[in-house]
Design a protein around this ligand. Structure first.
Ligand code: F6P
Length: 365
């Protein structure tokens, strides 16, 4: 009992992800059961900066397991160490260190421990608090499944399922019109989402950032299918895919975000090029945030509940500044910032790539 914190603060930072509410629920119920108070911090670290914090009771987390998004809200711009407070005369962003402000707000709210549910940026933002003696336990989330040191993260399987359904639906319309359809999926610099959804949907071509594609080969694959009498070609393209010797397509740069680059645009680029090269009518669909929204699939609800439970186990054992991860099918934990600035990418010889190639899927290489 002596290790137990008195009052924990829970926040969700970065982009949302199906399963966040399941973690909040697991953490809150476990904590309350063990006599630990829970404060919900609104909109990630922004709520700590602005002192928007509210107590969470059992009823607040009841019936949220199946809900997408996060009941606490999130922010992917609020880094307390480098918080944008306006602009300099030359137009550049003016930043301020708000760590002390956050520490004060934690003290006035009696928070001695933080459970930070987020990605890289959130864990890096938590580190200075850990240095000042606040125990920070990290629960990773990402639909990209690219967390270094974890075999899987919750949210990924929901995104795969949404993308697969979209690809399945695109198949029938593509066949009706003898078209090439390019479906652009998320994933940042990692191709896990495109690879899994592409294999699950039987996509004819899968393009991932880890394997640079040759545009001629992609066009050839479309032509060859058409010549064999196939009525369509489906291309599942990761937003981070790039042609040999080329660059990723950047949709926008969000200057005050910890990871400012937002990828997007490869779907249109590919469809235009393929149509010009093959004379086969080509269209594109960008799935975007649909992949992140809505109710988590059952395995993500399970995984998120396990992650939340493990975070509480760590707290009750008195462990400090750990990040929950899944390794070899077993929940364990690593130092909270050990995954920062690293990405778990798809190895080009991954067994799933070999399996896809064995059913004649092209990777455009
Ligand atoms: O990391 C999750 C993710 O959905 C990526 O797949 C995507 O590139 C990015 O976030 C989109 O970010 P935003 O929600 O800021 O547009």
């Amino acid at each position: 009992m002596s290790h137990y914190p008195k009052r924990i603060g829970v926040l969700t930072g970065g982009g949302d992800c199906p399963g966040l509410n399941a973690v909040i629920r697991a953490v809150t119920k476990d904590a309350l059961y063990h006599g630990i108070d829970v404060m919900g911090i609104e909109d990630g670290f922004l709520g700590l900066i602005e002192d928007r914090v509210r107590p969470l009771a059992k009823d607040d987390v009841s019936n949220i397991l199946t809900d997408g998004g996060t009941i606490l809200g999130s922010s992917n711009k609020a880094n307390p160490q480098k918080f944008a407070i306006g602009k300099h005369d030359d137009g550049s962003i003016k930043y301020m260190d708000m760590t002390d402000v956050c520490m004060t707000h934690m003290q006035t709210n009696g928070i001695d421990t933080l459970v930070c549910i987020g990605g890289d940026g959130t864990m890096s933002a938590a580190a200075p608090f850990a240095e000042r003696g606040v125990n920070c336990i990290g629960v990773p989330k990402t639909i990209d499944n690219d967390l270094h040191g974890s075999d899987i993260t919750f949210g990924f399987l929901t995104a795969v399922s949404v993308a697969t359904e979209a690809l399945d639906r695109v198949h029938t319309t593509a066949a009706s019109h003898h078209r090439v359809m390019v479906v652009e999926v998320m994933g940042r610099n990692a191709g896990w989402l495109a690879l899994h959804a592409g294999v699950a949907s039987g996509s004819d071509v899968i393009l991932i950032p880890e394997i640079e594609f040759d545009l001629d080969k992609v066009a050839e694959a479309c032509m060859a299918r058409s010549q064999r009498g196939k009525r369509f070609t489906i291309i599942c393209a990761s937003e981070g895919a790039k042609p040999k010797g080329g660059e990723q397509i950047v949709d926008r740069v969000i200057e005050d975000s910890p990871d400012p680059i937002r990828l997007g645009g490869i779907g249109k680029w590919l469809a235009d090029k393929i149509e010009a090269m093959t004379e086969i009518e080509s269209r594109y669909v960008v799935l975007g945030h649909v992949q992140r929204g809505g109710t988590p699939v059952a395995p993500d609800r399970v995984l998120a509940t396990q992650f939340g439970h493990h975070a509480m186990e760590l707290l009750k054992e008195g462990k400090k500044n750990r990040l929950v991860v899944m390794q070899g099918g077993r929940l364990t934990d690593v130092e909270i910032t050990s995954a920062a600035n690293k990405q778990r990418l798809v190895p080009p010889d991954h067994p799933l790539i070999e399996a896809a190639r064995s059913v004649y899927t092209s990777f455009g290489d």
